[in-house]
Design a protein around this ligand. Structure first.
Ligand SMILES: Nc1ncnc2c1ncn2[C@@H]1O[C@H](COP(=O)(O)OP(=O)(O)OP(=O)(O)O)[C@@H](O)[C@H]1O
Ligand SMILES: [Mg+2]
Length: 204
């Protein structure tokens, strides 16, 4: 069912099936995409859950790119590529937005988080003037923080306020961390407080 809540940043996405070149080629041959017509977003949080390899990341990455994010993650201002693995699925997705615009957003792509951290360091090295970018992530290089600390640095600094978040992060063994992070950001419930909207995937 398509969301009629006009206040959502993204109400739903549609696959332009008529123009898909072939449903027998990757990524359109993945069952999750072959059957896809439209996908509604929940007003608060939308989760995509499925088995490993079922196509969650492929779908989420295409939505994030269609929405204007860098395929390898970060805010909309990031534009780095370490390896061109993205599909052209985003060219066939229509993102139906609501009337409100988010102030900012973040695509947390766990798979390329290391490259994102390197890019923050590179940008600060290349642009020695003005406040360092890393100040907006707790002030210490994400590479000098533990895996968990660096994720929290992003959660706590980028996942609040009027923002649209995309999160591709398999919560396997990390449920405690996620619960903690959501409690920090939203209060007691992931869909609870504030205006931020999250769209995430999880494998098992
Ligand atoms: N370049 C490619 N060519 C063909 N198939 C690919 C390519 N890249 C990925 N795939 C396949 O696409 C499928 C979907 O991958 P995707 O990363 O979207 O899965 P996922 O649901 O996010 O899995 P996980 O839970 O492990 O993160 C997988 O079966 C994968 O092998
Ligand atoms: Mg995945």
């Amino acid at each position: 069912m398509k969301s009629s809540n006009l206040e959502q940043y993204i109400r739903y996405i549609e696959l332009d099936r008529d123009n898909v070149p072939s449903f027998s080629e990757y990524p359109f041959n993945l069952p999750a995409i072959r059957e896809l017509r439209s996908l509604s977003f929940h007003p608060k949080v939308t989760f995509i859950i499925g088995e490993n390899g079922s196509g969650k990341s492929t779908v989420l990455e295409a939505i994030a790119v269609a929405y204007g994010f860098n395929a390898e993650g970060g805010t909309k201002n990031f534009n780095f590529t370490s390896r061109a693995t993205q599909t052209d699925l985003h060219n066939y997705l229509r993102v139906v937005k609501g009337t409100k615009m988010p102030r900012n957003g973040f695509f947390l792509r766990a798979e390329s988080f290391y490259n994102f951290a390197s890019n923050v360091d590179d940008l600060d090295r290349e642009m020695p003037f003005g406040p360092p970018l890393i100040e907006t992530y707790v002030g210490r290089s994400l590479h000098e923080q533990s895996h968990g600390e660096s994720f929290f640095a992003v959660f706590l600094n980028k996942f609040s306020g009027s923002i649209r978040n995309f999160m591709d992060w398999n919560p396997w063994r990390r449920l405690k961390q996620i619960r903690f992070a959501f409690r920090q950001i939203y209060g007691h419930h992931p869909a609870g407080h504030g205006k931020s909207r999250t769209f995430g995937t999880g494998g098992y």
